[in-house]
Design a binder for this molecule. Sequence first.
Ligand SMILES: Cc1cc2nc3c(=O)[nH]c(=O)nc-3n(C[C@H](O)[C@H](O)[C@H](O)COP(=O)(O)OP(=O)(O)OC[C@H]3O[C@@H](n4cnc5c(N)ncnc54)[C@H](O)[C@@H]3O)c2cc1C
Length: 450
Amino acid sequence: MTGALPGLHELQQSLAGRVIGPADAGYDAARRCFNALVDRRPAVIARCLGAGDVAAAFDFARAHQLEVAVRGGGHNPAGHCVLDGGLVIDLSLMRTVEVDGDARIARADGGATWLDFDSATQAVGLVTPGGIVGSTGVAGLTFGGGIGHLTAQHGLTCDNLVGAELVTPDGAVVHASPAENEDLLWGLRGGGGNFGVATRLEFRLHPLERVVGGLLTYGGNGVRDALRRFRDVAAGSPRDLSCQAVLAVDESLAPVVVVGPCYTGSDADPEELSALRSAPGLVDDGVRAHSFVDQQRVFDSPYGENRHYWKGHFVRELSDELVDELLERIVALGRPPGGILIESLHGAPKDVDASTGVAGFRHAAFNVSAMATWQDAALDERYIAWTRDTAAALEPWSVSGGYVNYMQADEPIERVRAAFGDEAFGRLQALKRRYDPGNVLRRNQNIPPG
Ligand SMILES: Cc1cc2nc3c(=O)[nH]c(=O)nc-3n(C[C@H](O)[C@H](O)[C@H](O)COP(=O)(O)OP(=O)(O)OC[C@H]3O[C@@H](n4cnc5c(N)ncnc54)[C@H](O)[C@@H]3O)c2cc1C
């Protein structure tokens, strides 16, 4: 441990976890996040072990006037989990997931990832709808909404959040549940990490033995029709089939579309799945019966290696015109990797009582996101411009301010406000005034106290 910042030794004495400073072994690995576009050097990283450590880290930051960032899985594309010169509250040592199979409840520590969570719950044949990449943080994803392989079946991830334990910046431990601070639970269901550091989250679980899933790849002249078929299947709103699509270009720079269905029903040959499998242009059919943990690996993505810039819109429909627009935009990307992710919001998100959480996008038909991926820093301007231009082209179909979980740090507050709507944003600001009036937690899609 280094003494570069005064008091680091005392901080280490007061933590059960570990303090990492710039001169320590492991500092570079500890400050790395998913998006290689983000390269920041914190003054100190506090790897916490429990609520007491989180409170001690907040105390230290206040005493030394350090800005604070919170790190769960490190996936946020904006890189909010790391900052120059400040203190990172790093939860990566807090990853235990306890499952109560009889009560169908899971309790996850604040730094658990989806791989931690799914492995624990699937061991007893249970599941909650999470994200599609195992290394993503459970808390970060849930607090922004959460769209994944089981959205049509069980709703957004935040719809399944039934309780949380938070440490607020003044060191207080606060609980949120339907019985205690219900308004805080409402805010955590979509309002981001604005109110405190979650040390524990509690989820409702659902039985799941196996899924029929994997990837279907379409190319050549069939791409337009395959995208329309994907749209039409989603429009039928099958409750036991979640579905996402990625539009990309292959090495020959021709468009390809990859569809990732996840079917959980009992039908041996479900109509919706055969409609996808028989769509024009199918070049590879990787769909089969497998475990949900295997399904969670079909879209895996390398950590910390690529530069990323994302921007998108929730849309009210995937019209033929929008499909054509997307095909034009993907050709403009000019080379793999990267692409346009289209997530369907059909099914269970529409069944949930919208007043139980702040996630404001459940009424949209799809979430469409331009996602540029590259490695050479000299190409930053080009791929950021492609992403912004693509998002601008989608705007005529937009129904809200976009998905907070995919926003970069340069999104204006108007877009964050639009993601919730004025009235809900006002309620979130009132919560912020109660739990974090000094806006200590501002490295996020921020809700200022107002
Ligand atoms: C490869 C990849 C795949 C993804 N897949 C999906 C997907 O399938 N579905 C989806 O909906 N989203 C997905 N996302 C987006 C993801 O949900 C958000 O970026 C989310 O913020 C990541 O959470 P994290 O903990 O991994 O990130 P971090 O960068 O560690 O944290 C992001 C923010 O979340 C908050 N936060 C994290 N942990 C806590 C905590 N314990 N207490 C309080 N606040 C906390 C903080 O504000 C923090 O700044 C994906 C992102 C990537 C890069």
